[in-house]
Design a binder for this molecule. Structure first.
Ligand SMILES: [Zn+2]
Length: 99
């Protein structure tokens, strides 16, 4: 089938595709990194202030950010979730490029 010009257009007012994917997955996905498997959840913003492990700055309430925890934790999923970290989205992205 030829690629129709029409299919590349979003209906007026529709959210970007990335948001649809987030929604379909419940905002949660698995990522492989040099230091293991992580479960990553994108959140719209928490009610509390967290410290971002990437830059040691505050993640203030209401800031969309990333929550990540180890998916391959040897101590079990509960402990891993207990040890989850709140990252600025940009810091989480930058993390993959750091050596
Ligand atoms: Zn940060």
């Amino acid at each position: 089938m030829p690629r129709g010009r029409r299919s590349s257009k979003r209906p007026y007012g529709a959210p970007p595709e990335a948001l649809d994917v987030d929604r379909a997955l419940g905002g949660r996905r698995s990522e492989s990194a040099a230091d293991g498997e992580w479960t990553v959840q994108h959140v719209r913003g928490g009610a509390k202030t967290y410290t971002c492990p990437g830059c040691r700055q505050d993640v203030t309430p209401g800031t969309p950010h990333v929550v990540a925890w180890r998916a391959d934790a040897l101590l079990g999923a509960e402990v891993a979730v207990e040890g989850r970290r709140h990252w600025h989205s940009s810091c989480w992205q930058a993390r993959h490029h750091r050596r």
